[in-house]
Design a protein around this ligand. Structure first.
Ligand code: SAM
Ligand code: SF4
Length: 417
């Protein structure tokens, strides 16, 4: 895949500051809850996750989550929550009664849409008999399993705490408890993985009949053990691309529809929570290091808010302004890029009216970049919507870079900035 930097250097200097404004309309609202502990830190992972040492303070953490939520509530008065996502870390380390208490108290503070999707991320190494029934009773209706691979050698090289038999067993426990809305996370381009092995992982996943599958290419994230000491045998870009195409074909044959760069679902089983991110919806983010995005109708602005990252620091301050790591109103000139970073991940693309409603900018502000993307064969106009082509999906970084606002070039070309 071409580097994003090349795209930005070549094309984005022309992106001017937007001038034509429209009304910002508050989009659907979700709730993200970050639970930051894991049994062990995986060497490839750069999430805000911390190895659990000793007993975890579940009760204190739930109290702090509620205080954090109370503090953010004025940003969401009168609005309805359409989905909840417990992410991590390893949320399944939390007992069901902690999740239950949080959901009960949260729904006393905010209106939850009937049937709202409530997802809990789960590491198969933490699945215990009986626990899934209790999560279901607490109101969780979707489980997302971090499987990564069904190959025990790959799992070991990834430093996972479970083997493939435990992964199979955990998924079956959840199904026996009545969960039918299951996601399995798989990664590919793993150390020592061949094309055939990547295909077998998909077959093993499909045999478990999930509703959804996330298929991520392993990336060496800065500040991880893998970045410092890359493991032997990571497939090169060409092989990684072949793996993706091969797995895409297997999934399509099994009736899974790809709706985002890494996400596949049976019809009607897309992840509502992630779709809201990709459609540039709003979300409250509570818990250590959680990020939120809120449309402020009265100010006609979009606020990004994030919380202190370290669990101890966040726990000590939750519910007070000191727990806020930062508040930032997105400058209008950065909104096209921020919108595209999300919307162009979607196979469905976006409509111009959605761009206008979610950014408060008239679509005319991005006409030049859209024309450039179309000329390059990366975007197409289908039934009034803009959709990335196959090339646009493959070169997503270059496509999105077209919408970067280059401050230096903008002020050089326009003395008033
Ligand atoms: C927060 S974790 C999910 C649940 C749980 N923590 C676990 O790992 O079992 C989210 C997912 O991101 C993916 N992921 C994490 N680090 C990655 C990386 N460096 N490259 C690609 N995918 C990654 C994994 O598939 C992982 O399941
Ligand atoms: S279990 Fe999940 S969140 Fe925790 S370190 Fe591993 S990949 Fe990261």
């Amino acid at each position: 895949m071409a580097a994003a930097g090349q795209g930005s250097a070549r094309f984005c200097a022309a992106a001017p500051a937007p001038t034509m404004r429209t009304m910002l309309t508050p989009p659907p609202l979700s709730l993200y809850v970050h639970l930051p502990w894991c049994v062990r830190k995986c060497p490839y992972c750069d999430f805000n996750s911390h190895e659990a040492r000793g007993a975890l303070p579940f009760d204190a953490y739930v109290d702090a989550l509620l205080a954090d939520l109370d503090h953010d509530l004025p940003l969401a008065w009168g609005r309805t929550i359409h989905s909840v996502f417990f992410g991590g870390g390893t949320p399944s380390l939390f007992p069901a009664d902690a999740i239950d208490r949080f959901l009960q108290q949260a729904s006393a503070r905010l209106r939850f849409a009937p049937g709202a999707e409530v997802t809990l991320e789960t590491n198969p190494g933490t699945a215990e008999h009986g626990r899934f029934e209790d999560y279901r009773r607490a109101g969780v209706n979707r489980i997302s399993f971090g499987i990564q691979s069904f190959d025990d050698g790959c799992l070991q090289r990834l430093g996972r705490i479970h083997d493939s038999a435990q992964a199979d067993a955990a998924v079956k426990l959840a199904q026996d408890a009545g969960f039918d809305n299951l996601n399995l996370d798989l990664m590919y381009a793993l150390p020592g993985q061949t094309l055939a092995m990547a295909g077998i992982d998909i077959e093993r996943a499909l045999a478990l009949q999930p509703a959804h599958l996330s298929h991520y290419q392993l990336t060496l994230e800065p500040n991880t053990v893998f970045a410092a000491r890359p493991p032997q045998g990571i497939p090169d870009d060409d092989l990684a691309w072949d793996m993706q195409e091969h797995c895409q074909a297997q999934l399509a044959q099994a009736g899974f529809v790809q709706y985002e760069v890494s996400a596949y679902a049976r019809p009607g089983r897309q992840c509502a929570h992630n779709l809201n991110y990709w459609r540039f919806g709003d979300y409250l983010g509570i818990g250590a290091g959680a990020h939120g995005k809120l449309t402020l109708g009265s100010e006609q602005a979009i606020l990004r808010r994030w919380k202190l990252k370290h669990p101890a620091a966040w726990l000590a301050t939750a519910g007070s302004p000191a727990a806020i790591g930062g508040d930032e109103r997105i400058a209008p000139q950065h909104l096209p890029f921020e919108f595209m970073l999300n919307a162009l991940r979607l196979v469905e693309g976006f409509g111009e009216s959605m761009f206008a409603a979610r950014t408060g900018l008239a679509a005319s502000n991005i006409a030049a970049q859209m024309a450039e993307a179309e000329a390059r064969g990366w975007l197409q106009h289908v039934d009034g919507d803009w959709r990335p082509t196959a090339q646009g999906q493959r070169f997503n970084n270059d496509l999105v870079s077209l919408f970067l606002h280059d401050e230096a070039a903008a002020s050089a070309g326009n003395p008033s900035g």
